[in-house]
Design a protein around this ligand. Structure first.
Ligand SMILES: *[C@@H]1O[C@H](CO)[C@@H](O)[C@H](O)[C@H]1NC(C)=O
Length: 439
C-alpha cells in the first residue's frame, strides 16, 4: 500500500518534471523566435562584451588570430568564417574580405550595430570569409614582444603613426589572412584611417597591390587640406608642441583611459537621460554626426568599444597633413631625424600613382574629415581609380559609414554588388553600377 503510493507519487513527479521541461524548451524556442537577432538585444550587455563574445552572442562563428609584426607588435584579428542564416556551411573555401577600422576604433566597428547593420555580419551572410584587422595600439593590439604600452616615462611603444600601420601592420595581417584562408588575393574595405593606411601600403609596398582584387574606401582620407574637423584643426596648429610635451612627460597614447568612456556611455548616454544630447555632441566633435542616421539608443554600446586607443602621433601625422596640405610620411621635426628615416631632409610624399589596386571611393557631401575636394584630388592621383560614389543623402557624415541607421541601403549593398562584380570579372556590371550613381 505504502509502496504503491510512493510509486504513484514518483510517477507523478516524473510526469510533472517531464511536462515542465518540455514546456520550458517550448518557451525558449518561442523566446528565440521572438527575439529579433538583427538588432542589439541589450545595449549594456553589448557594451561590456569584447568582439569574440559579441559575435558569439549573436550566434555567428568567430575566430581570433594573432600575428607578430617584424618590429614586434602583437596584433589580434577577428574572423567570421561564414554566415549564420545564409552561406553557413563551415569549412568551405570562400572569397576573403579584409576590413580595417578607423582612428580610435577597432574590429568592434563592424559588429557593434548588430547583425542587421554590422558590415562584418552582412558580408558573412553574403558568402564571404570576413577578416577584421586591429591596428597596433588599439584595445586588441596593445601588445609587443618587448615594449610595454603602459611603461612609465617611456613612450617607446607609442612611437608610430598610421605610416607604420600601413607599411607594416597591414601587409602582416593580409599575408596571414591569405595563408590561413588558402586564397591568393582578397578584397579590402577600409573606413577613414583604414583607407589612409591602405594608400600608405599601396605606395610604399607596391607589390601588395597585386594581392588586392578591389579596394573600397569608405570616407577616404589622404589629403586633408580642406579638413573641417575643429578638433584636428586645433591639433594641427599645436601638434609639434603637443607631441614633444607628451613625450617629455611620458605619454604616447592618446586618451588612455577608455574606461571613463564606457562608464559615461552607460550612465550618461543611455535613453531617457538628460545628458544624452551631450554624448551626441561629443560624437559630433569626434567624427561628424547627423540626426538622420544617428540611433541614440545604441550610444552606450558604441562608447563601450570606442575610443579603442591610438597613439598621439597618429593625430599629429594627420595634423601635419592639414598644415602642409600634402600626403606625406611623418615629419620627425628635424632635418637630421628625417634624413635618418628617409634619406631626405623633408618627409617624402606618398606616391599615389603606385597604388595600382582597383580603387572605389565612397564619400559624402558633409563629411568634415573627407572633404569632397580632397576626395577628388585623391581620385585623380591614384594609380587605378575605378569609381567614385557619393552617398545619396546630403547629411550623411563620417561615422555614419559605420554607425548610420541606413548604412546598409545607402552604402554596403553597393559595395557588395561591386565586390561580386569584381569577383566575376564582370566589368560591364561595374560600369553599370558606376553609371547608375549620381556623382
Ligand atoms: C536603434 O537601436 C535599437 C537597439 O539596437 C533597435 O532596437 C532599434 O530598432 C534601432 N533603431 C533604428 C531606427 O534602427
Amino acid at each position: 500500500m505504502l509502496r504503491g503510493g510512493l510509486l504513484v507519487a514518483i510517477a507523478t513527479c516524473v510526469a510533472l518534471a517531464a511536462a515542465r521541461t518540455s514546456g520550458s524548451s517550448d518557451d525558449i524556442q518561442e523566446l528565440l523566435e521572438n527575439v529579433d537577432l538583427r538588432y542589439s538585444t541589450d545595449v549594456f550587455e553589448d557594451a561590456n562584451l569584447d568582439v569574440p563574445e559579441l559575435i558569439t552572442k549573436y550566434r555567428y562563428p568567430v575566430e581570433t588570430h594573432t600575428v607578430t609584426t617584424e618590429d614586434g607588435y602583437i596584433l589580434r584579428m577577428h574572423r567570421i568564417p561564414h554566415g549564420r542564416d545564409a552561406n553557413n556551411v563551415p569549412n568551405q573555401k570562400k572569397p576573403v574580405v579584409f576590413i580595417m577600422h578607423g582612428l580610435l576604433s577597432s574590429s568592434a566597428d563592424f559588429v557593434i550595430m548588430g547583425p542587421g547593420s554590422g558590415l562584418g555580419y552582412i558580408l558573412a551572410e553574403e558568402g564571404y570569409d570576413v577578416w577584421m584587422g586591429n591596428a597596433r595600439g588599439n584595445y586588441y593590439s596593445r601588445n609587443h614582444v618587448r615594449l610595454n604600452p603602459d611603461a612609465l616615462l617611456s613612450t617607446a611603444f607609442w612611437q608610430f603613426s598610421w605610416d607604420e600601420i600601413g607599411n607594416i601592420d597591414l601587409p602582416t595581417m593580409i599575408d596571414y589572412a591569405l595563408e590561413v584562408s588558402g586564397q591568393e588575393r582578397l578584397h579590402y574595405i577600409g573606413h577613414s584611417q583604414g583607407t589612409t593606411s591602405f594608400f600608405v601600403l599601396g605606395s610604399l609596398r607596391p607589390e601588395y597591390n597585386a594581392k588586392i582584387i578591389s579596394m573600397h574606401a569608405m570616407a577616404p582620407v589622404a589629403y586633408m587640406a580642406n579638413n573641417r574637423n575643429l578638433f584636428l584643426r586645433a591639433l594641427a596648429s599645436y601638434g609639434d608642441d603637443i607631441e614633444s610635451i607628451a613625450r617629455l612627460i611620458g605619454i604616447g597614447e592618446f586618451m588612455p583611459n577608455s574606461v571613463i568612456f564606457t562608464w559615461a556611455g552607460q550612465s550618461m548616454c543611455r535613453d531617457e537621460v538628460v545628458f544624452q544630447p551631450i554624448c551626441s555632441n561629443i560624437m559630433f566633435l569626434i567624427g561628424g554626426w547627423n540626426e538622420d542616421q544617428h540611433n541614440s539608443t545604441m550610444m552606450p554600446a558604441i562608447f563601450g568599444h570606442t575610443p579603442a586607443g591610438a597613439s598621439v602621433r597618429q593625430f599629429h601625422h594627420y595634423g601635419q597633413g592639414i598644415t602642409d596640405r600634402g600626403f606625406r610620411r611623418y615629419d620627425h621635426g628635424s632635418r637630421i631625424s628625417n634624413y635618418r628615416a628617409y634619406g631626405s631632409f623633408r618627409p617624402p610624399n606618398y606616391d599615389l600613382s603606385k597604388v595600382t589596386t582597383p580603387v572605389f571611393l565612397h564619400y559624402s557631401d558633409s563629411d568634415p574629415l573627407a572633404h569632397v575636394n580632397d576626395v577628388d584630388r585623391l581620385f585623380r592621383e591614384l594609380g587605378r581609380p575605378i569609381g567614385k560614389f557619393r552617398i545619396p543623402q546630403r547629411t550623411f557624415s563620417h561615422i555614419d559609414f559605420i554607425y548610420g541607421i541606413n548604412a546598409r541601403e545607402l552604402l554596403y549593398d553597393r559595395i557588395i554588388n561591386l565586390i561580386k562584380a569584381m569577383d566575376a570579372n564582370a566589368f560591364d556590371e561595374v560600369n553599370k553600377i558606376i553609371e547608375s550613381t549620381e556623382q
